[in-house]
Design a protein around this ligand. Structure first.
Ligand SMILES: NC(=O)C1=CN([C@@H]2O[C@H](COP(=O)(O)OP(=O)(O)OC[C@H]3O[C@@H](n4cnc5c(N)ncnc54)[C@H](O)[C@@H]3O)[C@@H](O)[C@H]2O)[C@@H](O)CC1
Ligand SMILES: [K+]
Length: 502
């Protein structure tokens, strides 16, 4: 799904309609969809396996009829059970039902326990309300049965636009969706309910998908690799940017050092920690390649920023909540440098968001804000409704900055409407200091001149990739140290006998 366009269910309907208007028959799209489902089902359940195909009353059910016919032809013992009456099927679903010549059982009486695989073709993109009655009871029974489930398009009951279940939703081991993922495949808890996701090509061109006007993507290198910093043969540390990380007071300095280490490992040529006098000794005791300068407040920061080479600033981790932090952010913003605001720098503007937006607008630099759910709720109380994708987009527009709405399904949103949903996250990333390192990664990429949306999306992906590589036992200190391996793979670095790839 690396870099794939993400379509809402309405955009997907638009894309189907455009393909049909351009001459593709709807039933052909459905037959390709059903064939893709049958292919995955056959991989999940071998010859002779007992397969239950649960079909709903709409086109999702139509896909199920096509898949059932193909699976029976491929030697699986298929039972097809329909929710509702067969003669109520309409349009393409009614045509698809002709692909199935076997008996049609009543889904309300289906016993999922008796099968090796259950194909869930009950409801897809057409879900209009929470499941209830016989449908809800069937899905609850299916989840209790604990049999392998392959969902068609989306697990039934899951809202394809928000990733939230509407009432009871199917828990699938695998999901086959068509043409493009929907937000609900990538946003939690939808992502977890989908299991392994296959995006099957069913003949919708990229032109048709782009024609829906979508500006959402599944995050991955395809989205930002071309803008990733490239090393030239004559690169030196001053051409690789200089990131400045603001440290908190004595005993609250670790977060800044984690960010600084992240910025350095991701390739910034120089990294400086700016710390209050009282916090210099403890910082000095832990820093080597990273430089250290004294900074006791906004005036000192102003003086430091007279050095034009300091081109990216990370502010927030460990800084403390209140007026002094707001003053530091004001000076940093006014300096017009690339800016990452995290943690206390965000919370300091709770109920003062307009002040923050005005500061960012005045500086004219590029800013990336990295709130987790709590910080987001405090800073953007007016963006509480809708999917995480919509919320992040509205927040980005409100402050005219890139917003990285963190979590297991981090969304990166730009004020121009572009958004990326990250999907390589790993649960081990939820550990103290992990967000500080992410802020440093973003700052390090900004320092190297990467544009803010791409820098944020790349940093989130690299951070998650490091977490996946490490696995259990991960602590934040590990994340910067995992960068050499993650970057080597990204950049195709093949070892010392080859020229640097980037
Ligand atoms: N040309 C197309 O539109 C294509 C559609 N495809 C499939 O069609 C699906 C979308 O089909 P539809 O738009 O027909 O929608 P669905 O098949 O998802 O469901 C629609 C039907 O379910 C009913 N319904 C909705 N929510 C309900 C609830 N909570 N409880 C009970 N009944 C409910 C609706 O009244 C309608 O009869 C996609 O997910 C995909 O699987 C694919 O075959 C590819 C081509
Ligand atoms: K389904």
């Amino acid at each position: 799904m690396d870099g794939c366009r993400v379509l809402t269910t309405a955009q997907m309907r638009e894309a189907y309609a455009a393909a049909i208007a351009a001459g593709t028959a709807g039933i052909d799209l459905m037959r390709r969809a059903g064939a893709a489902v049958a292919e995955r089902a056959a991989a999940m359940a071998g010859p002779g396996a007992r397969v239950l195909v649960l079909c709903g009353p709409g086109n999702n059910g139509g896909d199920g009829f096509v898949a059932a016919g193909l699976l029976a032809g491929a030697g699986r013992a298929v039972t097809l059970a329909l929710l509702g009456a067969r003669d109520a099927l309409k349009g393409d679903a009614a045509l698809a039902a002709q692909d199935w010549s076997g008996p049609v059982a009543d889904a309300a009486a289906a016993v999922p326990e008796a099968f090796d695989l259950v194909v869930d073709a009950l409801f897809g993109a057409g879900l209009t309300r929470p499941l209830d009655g016989a449908a809800a009871a069937l899905v609850a029974r299916l989840n209790r049965a604990g049999r392998p489930v392959l969902a068609v398009d989306v697990p039934s009951g899951l809202d394809g636009d928000t990733g939230a279940p509407r009432g009871e939703a199917v828990r699938a081991g695998e999901t086959v969706t068509f043409a493009a993922p929907k937000p609900g495949h990538l946003l939690q808890p939808g992502r977890a309910l989908c299991g392994r996701i296959t995006v099957a090509e069913i003949g919708l061109s990229d032109e048709i998908l782009a024609g829906t006007g979508t500006t959402a993507f599944a995050n991955g290198p395809a989205l930002w690799r071309a803008r990733f910093p490239q090393l030239a043969a004559d690169s030196h540390k001053y051409t690789r940017g200089h990131a400045l990380i603001l440290s908190g007071p004595a005993t609250r300095t670790g977060a800044a050092r984690l960010a600084a280490r992240g910025a350095l490992r991701v390739g910034a040529g120089l990294v400086t920690v700016a710390a209050p006098h009282a916090a210099l000794p403890e910082n000095a005791a832990h820093l080597t390649a990273i430089m250290l300068r004294a900074c006791d407040g906004a005036d000192d920061l102003d003086d430091l920023l007279a050095d034009e080479r300091l081109n990216a600033i990370v502010a927030g981790p460990g800084l403390g909540v209140g007026g002094p932090t707001r003053d530091l952010v004001r000076v940093a913003a006014e300096a017009g440098r690339a800016l990452v605001l995290d943690a206390d720098a965000l919370t300091s503007f709770s109920a003062k968001r307009d002040e923050l937006a005005a500061m960012l607008a005045e500086g004219g630099g590029t800013a990336v804000l990295t709130p987790h759910a709590g910080e987001f709720a405090r800073l953007f109380p007016d963006c509480a409704e809708g999917s995480k994708l919509d919320r992040a987009r509205r927040a980005a527009a409100a402050v005219d900055a890139v917003v990285v709405f963190k979590g297991a399904d981090t969304v990166i949103a730009a004020p121009d409407g572009r958004a990326a949903i990250n999907h390589n996250g790993a649960p081990w990333l939820g550990t103290a200091g992990s967000g500080d390192v992410l802020g440093g990664f973003i700052g390090g990429l900004l320092a190297q001149g990467m544009p803010p949306f791409e820098a944020a999306a790349a940093a989130v992906w690299l951070h998650a990739e490091a977490g996946r590589r490490h696995g259990p036992g991960l602590i934040a200190e590990d994340l910067p140290e995992l960068m050499p391996g993650v970057l080597a793979r990204l950049l195709g670095w093949a070892g010392p006998d080859r020229a640097p790839a980037g």
